[in-house]
Design a protein around this ligand. Structure first.
Ligand SMILES: [Zn+2]
Length: 471
């Protein structure tokens, strides 16, 4: 019997918060067993030559939507497959009751086991869930969800008090299937989340979608009155950065009053990032940006395939977000992956469903646009897509780095492999791709989940082995 299951030889290990080290890495029984400069190939069952490659910790795609528009099992099978292409080995998916998803409400004590059962056996990556308490009864479940179900993060959507997801209806109660989904409800969630954190001694946090509903109402009316153009620019004008800034102000004020750790999701604009940075002092506040807000702008895109909340912004906004990534103002980058088919987009702005996929580009975009183009060090890339979200969401030290004893979740990247993004390349169920046509340099050539190769050279290997990760 061999000493190691898998040996990755001759590569450069990328260690978050440390740097890059020329060393070999060996796994055994799903965890990292040894790191050294001359581990012997004869002692391993399988050897992977990583000469000229960067060996990263598997990414933690911290913002994801399994099962929002399609059955959970289908999304789990087809979308986590795409995650392997982008080098992610864990996805943390948002789930809520109300319209879309399971299209009903009820206690999470009943619904969460149903969700886990639907995903189990289909996911190619490990997975966890952030849950959104939509009604008062679900707020009462926060403590038991933390203690008994391994859920360490929750969510509140600032704009659902006035709109549905597409912003084509103001019947928010029908959409959320809840009672009062307002700042009072948010305050109650924050109290419950802060208390659960104190009681458990861990970071239990609330993630926030920051767009302000009353201002959206005004700006949407103005866009519609001014001829109602069916463009992404119009969508951005209808939910402008000011709505993000005001929502961030409301959310962080309540976070300060309740002592609740918060994660400000998908900051899309220079204004939003500046507001988040200004609010940091005295709070446990983390910031997220998405691949699409870093890479896409409404000046270049045509069609509505990239309708998303918050909207795609200007090219100047994308550069401001990159500056935040480089400076450390941004804590992590995620995909906000939501498989949304072309038939649900159409040519009409308001009914088009928001969201699209991007998980298959997580490491490729950070390596290509961050490392090659903007000088981001490899270990900073690893912090942004793996270590920082792992620490924020209770996955550390099991996930998020390449240290002996950690899960052997590993992504081997060829930093010089250049490919044009196509829908097919990403192995997602989504039939269009707003990133298509971009040249990207630096792609995973092997993605390893708990010691076993799950993706290699453009194709998945074996069968789905992803497991629910309690946090
Ligand atoms: Zn999202």
């Amino acid at each position: 019997m061999s000493r190691y299951d898998l040996l990755i030889k001759n590569g450069t290990l990328v260690l978050p918060y440390v740097g890059e080290v020329r060393a070999d890495l060996a796994t055994r029984d799903g965890t990292i067993a040894a790191i050294g400069t001359d581990l012997l190939a004869s002692e391993a069952e399988e050897v992977l030559d990583a000469a000229g490659r960067l060996v990263f910790p598997g990414a933690v795609d911290a913002h994801y939507h399994l099962g929002i528009y399609r059955p959970l099992a289908v999304d789990a099978a087809e979308e986590t497959r795409s995650s392997l292409v982008g080098g992610a080995t864990t996805v943390l998916s948002y789930f809520r009751t109300g319209q879309h998803y399971l299209n009903r409400t009820g206690p999470y004590a009943e619904i969460l086991p149903e969700v886990l059962a639907a995903v189990s056996g289909h996911a190619w990556t490990d997975f966890g869930f952030h849950l959104a308490p939509m009604d008062t009864r679900q707020v009462g479940e926060v403590a038991s969800l933390v203690d008994e179900h391994g859920i360490a993060s929750f969510k509140y959507y600032m704009f659902y008090k006035g709109f549905n997801l597409s912003a084509d209806s103001r019947d928010a109660k029908a959409f959320t299937m809840s009672d009062e989904y307002d700042l009072g409800h948010l305050y109650q969630i924050m109290e419950a989340v802060a208390a659960a954190g104190r009681d458990s001694g861990r970071r239990v946090s609330l993630s926030l979608h920051c767009e302000q509903a009353e201002l959206m109402r005004l700006f949407i009316d103005r866009v519609r009155a001014a001829g109602d153009p069916q463009t992404l620019k119009a969508y951005s004008d209808a939910r402008p950065p000011l709505t993000e800034r005001v929502a961030i102000g409301e959310a962080t004020t309540l976070a300060g009053a309740t002592g609740c750790p918060v994660n400000l999701l998908h900051l899309s604009s220079a204004e939003a990032l500046a507001a988040a940075s200004a609010a940091r002092s005295g709070l446990d506040l983390r910031t997220e940006v998405t691949l699409h807000h870093l890479c896409l702008n409404y000046e270049e895109l045509s069609g509505l395939g990239a309708k998303v909340n918050p909207p795609i912004r200007s090219a100047a906004d994308t550069e401001a977000l990159w500056a935040g990534v480089l400076s450390g103002a941004v804590d992590w980058v995620a995909s906000d992956h939501a498989c949304c088919l072309e038939e649900h987009k159409g040519d009409e702005l308001w009914p088009a469903l928001p969201g699209f996929g991007g998980t298959g580009l997580l490491y490729p975009v950070l390596v290509s646009e961050g490392m090659h183009r903007r000088g981001l060090a490899p270990h900073r890339v690893a912090e942004l897509v793996s270590a920082n979200p792992a620490r924020a969401y209770g996955l550390w030290p099991r996930k998020g780095s390449l240290l002996v004893g950690h899960d052997a979740d590993i992504t081997v990247v060829d930093p010089d492999l250049e490919q044009e993004v196509t829908t097919e390349l990403l192995l997602s169920g989504q039939d269009h791709c707003p990133f298509a046509g971009r040249k990207v340099r630096g792609w995973p050539v092997a993605t390893i989940l708990r010691g076993r190769v799950a993706y290699r050279d453009g194709a998945v290997v074996g069968s789905p082995r992803g497991e629910f990760v309690k946090r």
